[in-house]
Design a protein around this ligand. Structure first.
Ligand code: COA
Length: 698
């Protein structure tokens, strides 16, 4: 095993090179190597120490895998103090990303040079903690309180040019980090530069910390780490000494380290990296994609086309008439103009895309040469089958045939072709050029390299891509349908949609289920209810029709200005629609239900238990390979609060036995809805957690 820190002596300079791929995380070997390197340089009589990273980056942070485990010496804060206290001149040469503990090490060195492409930042709040190795104390001393508060509470990555202006780095120079670092260190030695410990700089200026705290807490929607970090920066300004500030930082850091939010956020970090890694795809080459086709240019089709065009993929968009094609073009133009406005797309590239990358067509023949085609037409099995039969005739051999259906059976769709191995589901979320989630739905006969192509496309479109099996609603919409049903039952029994939405946004959801329904369009739920009733509801299932009455009156939510809420043009969000409660009351009377009070806590508990129970069924049936696939789906497609890690991480943290007890208790009132998931029962019986299943699968 090579040393995690390699030592090299070049004249007066001891060079410490980190060699801990892939990102030079500051694990215990790296920390020990740095300490040993500093001691050796001092013992050998070097005049300066240069620290840099081999490979793609300087230290990209503390080793996140060590969080929550017993600490091993030397601790990062002690190591930083030791580096800073060295009598030698200590210099960092930064390339790639100096993040978190990485930037803290850099701030403990006396001078910092960076390549123009480098980025620095303290993203710890995204992991539920705060910089715990002096970042909250040293950064405000070099960059000022306001800039430090901004960087620490947002965790944003700052480019080298901005970092230079802020004083976070001292010099920007292009080249190889080893050479750049050596040149800069030599210059410093030649100019007689002296050591420059940041801890000896004056305390930074005061600001109104209470006001900043309140604002950051509000923006965090229940996430505590950014606001807690404000208090740590405050300590840098107000403590009697640097050491006292460090002590306060440590206390706050330890509080956060012990929090469930830290556990949830770190679970989310690793889960979103694990979703794309499927053992069955190891070594499977995806098919090449040079050009794709999209059928249907409504909101969904236009969004998918936009995402593909933004990634550089040429698109042939098929519509049924010149008018519809024209309208689709308008939607794509509007989406791309938005990207230009936000600085995500240059005007020149926009012109190129509209001029040559996007082709509109009204006949299937235009799709004869595409490598992959995604159908985004009306959600109707007969229509989908006709489309796929046509694609089977027209598309070249080896083309991937994908459906964007959100719940229909891909096996049945595939059976409409003579090449079911080429058929797959690619379930995008609307608006598809904005939403980060993509479900790759694998049917019985889908070829492995078609699955790999789905993942490769997701990667190219910068989507978080999750594998799902075939069932009604796949992973996300199937679980949604269950927790929505739970919310509907609570309404029948006495809760109001507005109370439910409020309880759930207080829990951390971006929106409550009824505000979501208004956004998506109430006609969608109405269509699903009609379909399910037509298929025949189980006589034990509870049903309600008050929402149908809203639809019958033409109220479809935001797009018609009225649904559960009333929306005023130009205003964000809506106010409760006064027509809703009377409809609900009438329905309760009709069903002979006497309403009862629900506490917010009970609402959350029931809603979450329904979600977890269905999610456990989805995992147990193999629709999701691992619990983490469900967690990532809910985080990226359904506004689940990231700091709770996802529903199954949340369930683990709550304790599975208690949840199962509740489900069994509620089964006494409604045995049909509250059927415990066999997997949940099994885990409880074995004293295991969902995360144990994640670990076994990796
Ligand atoms: N500790 C441990 N492992 C880390 C890590 C860290 N701080 N940062 C990244 N990794 C791992 C990833 O899990 C991934 O492992 P895998 O290949 O087994 O999945 C690998 O390094 C590459 O990371 P990835 O995110 O896929 O690469 P990237 O080039 O897209 O992004 C970073 C690189 C550094 C920008 C990104 O990984 C990142 O933001 N890391 C966290 C940085 C951070 O928060 N540091 C503060 C901690 S104090």
């Amino acid at each position: 095993m090579p040393e995690a820190i390699e030592y090299e002596r070049i004249g007066d300079i001891a060079v410490l090179a980190a060699n801990n791929p892939p990102v030079n995380a500051l694990g215990v070997d790296v920390r020990r190597g740095l300490l040993a390197g500093i001691e050796r340089a001092e013992a050998e009589g070097a005049r300066a120490v240069l620290i840099y990273g081999k490979g793609r980056t300087y230290f990209a942070g503390a080793d996140i895998r060590e969080f929550g485990k017993p600490p091993q010496d030397p601790w990062l804060p002690e190591l930083c103090a030791r580096i800073e206290a060295s009598p030698l001149l200590v210099v960092s040469s930064i390339h790639g990303t100096a993040l978190g503990g990485g930037l803290e090490v850099a701030l403990a060195t006396h001078y910092r040079v960076a390549l123009p492409s480098a980025r620095v930042g303290l993203p710890e709040v995204h992991l539920g903690i705060l910089p715990g190795a002096g970042g909250t104390q040293r950064l405000p001393r070099v960059a000022g309180t306001e800039a430090a508060l901004d960087m620490i509470t947002t965790g944003r990555h700052v480019r080298a040019d901005e970092a230079l202006v802020l004083g976070v780095i001292d010099e920007v120079a292009d080249g190889d980090p080893h050479e750049v670092g050596l040149n800069y260190t030599r210059e410093l030695l030649e100019s007689g530069a002296s050591r420059r410990p940041v801890s000896e700089m004056p305390a930074p200026e005061q600001v109104n910390f209470d006001a900043v705290y309140d604002e950051v807490l509000r923006k965090g929607r229940g996430q505590i780490s950014p606001a807690t970090a404000v208090r740590a920066v405050q300590a840098a300004c107000e403590s009697e000494s640097f050491d006292a500030g460090m002590k306060r930082e440590r206390e706050l850091f330890m509080d956060l380290m012990a929090s469930d939010q830290r556990k949830g956020l770190i679970h989310a970090f690793f889960a979103e990296r694990a979703v794309g890694k499927l053992p069955e795809l190891q070594g499977v080459e995806p098919r090449m994609l040079h050009q794709i086709g999209v059928i249907g240019g409504g909101t969904m089709g236009a969004g998918i086309a936009t995402a593909a065009l933004l990634s550089g993929l040429p698109v042939v968009l098929l519509e049924m008439s010149p008018e519809a094609a024209h309208a689709a073009k308008g939607r794509i133009e509007a989406n791309l103009s938005g990207a230009v406005k936000r600085g995500k797309l240059s005007q020149a590239r926009y012109a190129e895309i509209m001029g040559s990358d996007l082709k509109l067509a009204t006949g299937y023949g235009a799709l004869s040469n595409v490598d992959l085609v995604i159908e985004a037409v009306f959600e109707d099995m007969d229509i989908k089958k006709q489309v796929f039969a046509k694609l089977d005739e027209i598309c070249k051999p080896g083309a991937v045939l994908a459906s964007n259906t959100s719940y229909l059976d891909i096996n049945e769709i595939a059976a409409a072709t003579k090449r079911p191995e080429d058929v797959i589901g690619l379930h995008f979320f609307s608006p598809a050029h904005v939403m980060k989630l993509l479900e790759v739905v694998v049917a019985d006969k889908t070829a492995p390299n078609v699955v790999a192509t789905g993942f490769a496309l997701g990667h190219r479109l910068k989507k978080v891509t999750v594998r799902a099996g075939v069932c009604d609603g796949f992973i996300g919409n199937r679980i949604l349908s269950t927790y929505r049903t739970c919310a509907d039952h609570m309404i029948l029994d006495g809760a109001s949609p507005f109370q439910i939405d409020k309880a759930l946004t207080d829990f951390g959801f971006a929106m409550g289920p009824f505000a979501v329904a208004d956004l998506a369009g109430l006609d969608i739920g109405w269509a699903v209810r009609k379909r399910k009733r037509a298929e025949g509801l189980d006589p034990r299932a509870r049903d309600s029709s008050y929402a149908d009455k809203l639809c019958e009156a033409g109220h479809f939510g935001q797009k018609t200005g009225k649904g559960y809420y009333v929306y005023e043009a130009g205003k964000r969000g809506g106010v409760p629609n006064p027509e809703v409660l009377p409809l609900i009351e009438a329905e309760r009377a009709e069903q002979g239900i006497s309403p009862r009070e629900f506490s917010d806590e009970e609402i959350v508990r029931r809603y979450m238990a329904a979600m977890v129970n269905e999610a456990a069924k989805v995992v147990g049936e193999g629709i999701a390979r691992r619990p983490l696939d469900v967690d990532v789906t809910l985080l990226y497609g359904y506004g689940f609060p990231r700091y709770r890690g996802g529903p199954l991480k949340w369930a683990d943290l709550q304790g599975l036995p208690g949840l199962l007890d509740d489900i069994r208790k509620w089964a006494a009132e409604d045995a049909y809805f509250w059927q415990p998931a066999p997997l949940l029962e099994q885990l409880v019986a074995e004293g295991r957690t969902f995360d144990d299943l994640n670990k076994e699968a990796s």
